[in-house]
Ligand binder design. Structure first.
Ligand code: BEZ
Ligand code: FE
Length: 292
């Protein structure tokens, strides 16, 4: 094969340039990427003008990125790639609690609060008691599991989106399970909200006739020594957006009960048990691609 570029042999010509000392995994990924990318360009017969729109889109996505904003992850989220990578990376036993998308609003180091404490600091929303047990695959309670939780407030914003409006650590906290594996905290029944849609990804959704909303959910990051880290949410059943989550994060078994209580202080109760899989000994089995 000639090394000159032709339309027919485009991907082969590009891939033939990879050198013999290239990192094997990087070469594998790049070869496949080039094959699929060239096939895609040929499939849609991409025009020069459309290519320029794509370059402009990527440029604007890069320009809006900051320490607080990651437009490329958002792009991955709305294209379903984040959920696909998560599914491939966390093939857990069916009885373990499934994972879902992490999202951009987790903050490291939330206050560790006593079991039963209230994470809602702005007094807004419908008070809700979240409680349950963390277990292993054999049903044994997991002691000392850390339940890191975060949710939006009643107006649909995380505290980090409104640093001048909401108290720091509003609707966030960490809780440690006791010997019975149980956790318990108060928060609010979460509300649906739009993903950040004031940038190129939001505009793209608009052009595609897609809405930017996520169904109401509570985020959970559950960790315990000897167990695989679990990044997940529980979803409020009957939410209008359950079937059209902008980032495809909903899984049937993550839809939790939200029971109405008669209690004057706490309007709702959401019981949910987590089942952790043992730590994945395959971690690190795949070589990490290095940059050239
Ligand atoms: C979230 O649930 O916090 C989220 C997930 C993906 C994109 C934006 C927000
Ligand atoms: Fe969220």
């Amino acid at each position: 094969m000639s090394s000159y570029f032709t339309e027919d042999a485009s991907a082969e010509v590009v891939n033939a340039r990879i050198g013999p000392r290239a990192d094997r995994r990087l070469a594998e990924i790049t070869t496949s990427l080039v094959e699929h990318l060239h096939a895609f360009v040929k499939d849609v017969q991409l025009t020069q003008a459309e290519w320029e729109v794509a370059i402009d889109f990527l440029t604007r996505a890069g320009q809006i990125c900051s320490a607080e904003r990651q437009e490329f992850i958002l792009l991955s989220d709305v294209l379903g790639v984040s959920m696909l990578v998560d599914a491939i990376s966390h093939r857990r036993p069916p009885s373990a609690t499934p994972s879902t998308v992490f999202g951009p609003f987790h903050v490291e180091g939330a206050p560790v609060r006593p079991l039963g404490a209230d994470i809602c600091l702005d007094g807004k929303g419908e008070p809700c008691l979240f409680e349950g047990t963390v277990r292993d695959l054999d049903g044994r309670p997991v002691e000392g599991a850390c339940i890191d939780v975060w949710s939006d407030n009643a107006d649909g914003f995380y505290d980090v989106q409104q640093p001048d409006v909401q108290p720091r650590w509003n609707n966030r906290g960490r809780f440690l399970t006791g010997a019975d594996g149980r956790y318990r905290f108060r928060g609010i029944k979460p509300t649906p909200y739009p993903i950040p849609d004031d940038g190129p990804v939001g505009r793209m959704l608009g052009h595609l006739g897609r809405h930017p909303y996520r169904p109401a959910h509570m985020h959970f990051l559950v960790t315990a020594p000897g167990y695989e880290k679990l990044v997940t949410h529980t979803f409020v059943g009957e939410d209008a957006y359950l079937g059209s989550d902008a980032v495809f994060g909903v899984k049937e078994s993550l839809i939790a009960p939200f029971e109405r209580l008669e209690d004057a202080d706490t309007l709702w109760r959401s019981p949910y048990d987590f089942v952790l899989a043992p730590a994945d000994t395959r971690d690190g089995a795949l070589p990490r691609p290095t940059t050239p």
